[in-house]
Each structure stands twice: as C-alpha cells, then as structure tokens.
Design a protein around this ligand. Structure first.
Ligand code: NAD
Length: 488
C-alpha cells in the first residue's frame, strides 16, 4: 500500500501545524498481524488547552464567513476524499483490520456525510415575520464556538465525519480526539482539510486517551462535546461534560435484537442476519447481537450456518481490534457453553496463515440462549449471534424491550401487520424491517435510545443542526411613526 502521509509517528495537529505533544507515547498496533505501525503521543491538559486556544483564535473569522462560503471548502474536501479513496480505505484496513470492501464503504459514507453538510444552506434558512405593524422578529442560527468530538475505534473514517462537516460548516471550530487505537485516518483527514482550504485553527487534533477526554470535558472554553463509544464511557463523559455546563450528546454501546418470524423469506433473512452479525467482524454498534426466533425457525438457522461457514477469517471476515477483544469474545462463548447454550458454529481459536500475530475470531452461532445469560444481556462486539427462542411475537418483543440498550432492532417477516407491530413496540432508536443493519441515510439522523445514547437529539442529519447551533432572536422596528401598539 502506498501512503502519502508519514505515519511512523502520529502527531497532534494544532493551528494548522503537525507537532509533537504529550510527554509519553504508546504503540499503534495493526490487528491484521499484530505488528507495530506507529507511535502515538499521550497528550495532556496543556496540549488540549493549546488546541482550544487555536480554535478560539480561529472562531471569529470562520464564524464570520457566510454559510455558503464555508460550504465551498467542504465541496473541495468531499472531492479530495473521493480522489484519495484508495489510500483512505487502506488506512482503515491497516489500523482497524476490516476487509477492503467494508473499509471503502466507510469512506463512501463519509462522502455522503459531507454531501449533507454542503446542503446545509438549503436547509438552514432563517425565520422572519412581521409580528406587529412595522415590527419584525427574526431567528438566526449561530454557532456555539469551540466544540469537541471524541470517537471510538470501530469506524476510524466514518464516525469523525458524523461531526466534522456539520459542526464546521455551521460555523464552529473543533478539537477532535480520535480513538488512540486507530489514530491514522484522522491524521490524513487533517491534511486533506488543509488542502481543501480550511483555515488554520478551525480543526485541531489532539491524540491520547482518558486524560485528553477529561481535559475536554473540563476545559472552560469548550462549549459542546459529542462522544461516540461504549456506554460505560458515554455515561462518564455525559455526566462530566454536563456538570461543567456543556452541551453534550454521548452515544454508547448496543445489544441489537433481530426478531425472526417463521414466515420470513428464508434466504434473504439468513444471509442478512449473518451479514449483520459478522460485518466489520461484529464490531458495529448496529450489528445483530441477539436473534429472537419466533416459533419454528430451524429452517432459517440451517441456512444461517451455511452462510456463516462461507466467512473465511483473513479473507472475507476481518480481524477484531486487539488481543484483549479476542479474549473477551472467546470468554463470552465459553461462558454461554458453560451456562447450557448450544454452540452451533464455533469461531474460537481461529488463526490465519501468514498473519499469525493477528486477532481473528470466526463467525459464531449460539442457540438456545436464555435471557439471563451474559451473551443475551451484554455487548460482545464480535462476530457472534445468540439465538433466543420465543413462542410468539409478544414474547419476542418483551425480550427486546428487556434490554438496557436501544440502538437498533429489526424484524424479518413477510407480514406488514406484524412488521408494524414491531415498528410500534420495539424499544430502539433505529428500526429495520427486513434489513439487518438499519442505519438511516442522510438526511435522516442517527441515534439510539436508552443506554445507547445520552443527551437530547441525534448526532447526524437535521437533528445535529440543533446540537451545533444556538438561536439568536432579534426584534426590529424601522417605523418612523410613533407607534405605541402592544409590543411595538
Ligand atoms: P470506548 O468507550 O472504549 O472509547 C471511546 C473513546 O473514549 C476513545 O476515544 C477513548 O480514548 C475514550 N475513553 C476510553 N476510556 C475512557 C475513560 N475511562 N474515560 C474517558 N475517556 C475514555 O469505545 P471503543 O472501544 O473505542 O468503541 C467501541 C464502543 O463504541 C462499542 O461499545 C460500540 O457499541 C460503541 N459505538 C457506538 C456507536 C453508536 O452510534 N451508538 C457507534 C460506534 C461505536
């Protein structure tokens, strides 16, 4: 793979310049083969402060531009993503371990997110009305100032694009903290944003772990924090950022339930469920984790085993992110076996020839899981599906409703009426009907319910406009007559 960026050492990007910060560093490992690919600085509060000061300095000029002017940069940036798609895809493959097609789909989604952002001048139209004779009220959307974005390891290219284009086009300046496990993609984004003409200081990158996140939550000059990651950390970030009086939306983990009814189309359902649980090695917050099989669905499970057996680790099934992740996933499978579940397909102890140091787990199907088992309740984040049997749709919905999470839920059926019932009663923010990964595409917004999201509104689409802006209400009178009417 040919890379245009020097990646042997990840640097922070502050005020338009790459610089070494942080006193300590950690290794960046490729999960494909376990090799060291870079080192990353573990930045401190002072580094975050430096980035915030740069973002603060850039804010007046950037927010002073018109929306239409700011959009021009993101037209160019979107084109640069397209021109560099092969390199960006390879970066995701290298640092995250997904297969090429999945990584490319991620960059294509980033382009779509930019397309939404460049359409914002058509959507964000201010309101004005003559509220009494000669008196006008006007509402304008104004940016917040310096905002922050904290991202997870599983979509190194796409998740940063959930926030960067919308937040910046709407006039904010940003400090971004990517996952320390996959920092390379964001370095290239910073370079391409500069190439697209983004003024220095508008976008800043501070690498590191927990200390950087805490500094972001505490820094008095950061107005809003968006977070995507596990529920445990989402809660910590939400509580810390809001207790420091910041706006916050924090997306957490998931345990998505797919309800399979006996009338479902067999091939479509079996292939969709397997694709949902195994795509990106099951490391998607929208992945199927529990399948609730209603009544007789053994014929569908048979076909699922067929499709799952076609997944070859290292070929069409990527690696999981780390040795710890592999161990965690395998422990969940072992625990399910101990608890009395039946392992129909076992992905433990998987190795890939020529990639001995890589972290691979084969597709795993576990049947006869009960709701008290850890594989039924907890996020596994690997290519594993747990099948719980239910006698009817009511029981299946009770099982789905019993989860603390609520990112996605889906139903597979040929019956419109039963599908409607699931649409109405499932306790999740994103519902699929005959779709295993029901990600809403732009302009529809992305966000779950319950422990899968804390804060008001969603992170993308129209909903994000509210999050990244505040309203200014102005009342004007340009009437020479001496009006003394009510409210004039
Ligand atoms: P994570 O919570 O471990 O890390 C996310 C971010 O938080 C990283 O930038 C990390 O540096 C930081 N962090 C980690 N521990 C911290 C701590 N104790 N204090 C402060 N900051 C801390 O998540 P991950 O493992 O990188 O990503 C996987 C998780 O993200 C899964 O749970 C997945 O479901 C979730 N996710 C959710 C969505 C969604 O839309 N709801 C999307 C993608 C991923």
């Amino acid at each position: 793979m040919e890379l245009k960026t020097e990646l042997s050492e990840v640097k922070n990007y502050i005020d338009g310049k790459f610089e070494r910060n942080g006193q300590n560093s950690m290794d960046v490992i490729s999960p494909i083969d376990g090799s060291k690919i870079s080192t990353l600085p573990l930045s401190t509060y002072d580094d975050v402060d430096k980035a915030v000061q740069a973002a603060k300095k850039a804010f007046p000029a950037w927010s002073g531009m018109t929306l239409k002017e700011r959009v021009q940069i993101f037209f160019k940036y979107r084109t640069l993503l397209e021109e560099n798609i092969d390199e960006l895809t390879n970066l995701v493959v290298l640092e995250n371990g997904k297969i090429y097609g999945e990584a490319k789909a991620e960059v294509l989604k980033s382009m779509e997110l930019c397309e939404f952002a460049v359409s914002l001048p058509q959507i964000v139209v201010n309101e004005v009305q003559e509220v009494s004779k000669g008196v006008e009220c006007r509402i304008e959307r104004k940016p917040l100032g310096v905002v922050a974005s904290i991202t997870p390891f599983n979509f190194p290219n796409m998740v940063p694009h959930w926030t960067i284009p919308n937040a910046l086009v709407l006039g904010n300046t940003m400090v971004m903290k990517p996952s320390e496990i996959v920092p390379l993609s964001t370095v290239r984004m910073a370079e391409l944003l500069k190439e697209a003409g983004l003024p220095d200081g508008v976008f800043n990158l501070v690498n590191g772990g927990k200390d950087v996140v805490e500094a972001i939550c505490d820094h008095p000059d950061i107005k809003a924090v968006s977070f995507v990651g596990s529920t445990k950390v989402a809660k910590i970030v939400y509580i810390r950022a809001t207790s420091n009086l910041k706006r916050c939306v924090a997306l957490g983990g998931a345990k998505n339930h797919l309800l399979v009814l006996p009338d479902a189309n067999v091939e479509m359902t079996a292939s969709n469920v397997v694709a949902s649980m195994s795509g990106c090695a099951g490391q998607r917050c929208m992945a199927a984790s529990v399948m609730v099989g209603v009544a007789k669905i053994d014929h569908i499970i048979d076909r699922m085993i067929h499709y799952a057996k076609e997944l070859i680790p290292g070929e069409n099934l990527g690696s999981v992110i780390s040795a710890e992740a592999k161990e965690r996933i395998e422990n969940y499978i072992a625990q399910a076996e101990k608890d009395g579940a039946k392992i129909l397909l076992d992905g433990r102890n998987t190795t890939v020839k020529g990639k001995d140091g890589g972290f691979y787990v084969g597709a795993t199907i576990i049947d006869h899981v009960t709701t008290d088992m850890s594989v039924a309740r907890e996020e596994i984040f690997g290519p594993v599906i747990s099948i719980i049997r239910a006698k009817d749709l009511n029981e299946a919905l009770e099982i789905e409703n019993g989860s603390n999470y609520g990112n996605a839920a889906a139903v597979f059926t040929e019956s419109g009426g039963l599908a409607k019932e699931v649409m109405k009663r499932a306790s999740a923010g994103m519902i699929g009907v005959n779709i295993g990964v029901p990600v809403p595409r732009e302009p529809f917004s992305f966000g779950g319910w319950n422990d899968s999201k804390f804060g008001v509104g969603d992170i993308t689409g129209r909903s994000s406009i509210e999050f990244w802006t505040q309203n200014k209400k102005t009342t004007t009178k340009w009437n020479p007559e001496d009006q003394t009417d009510w409210m004039s």
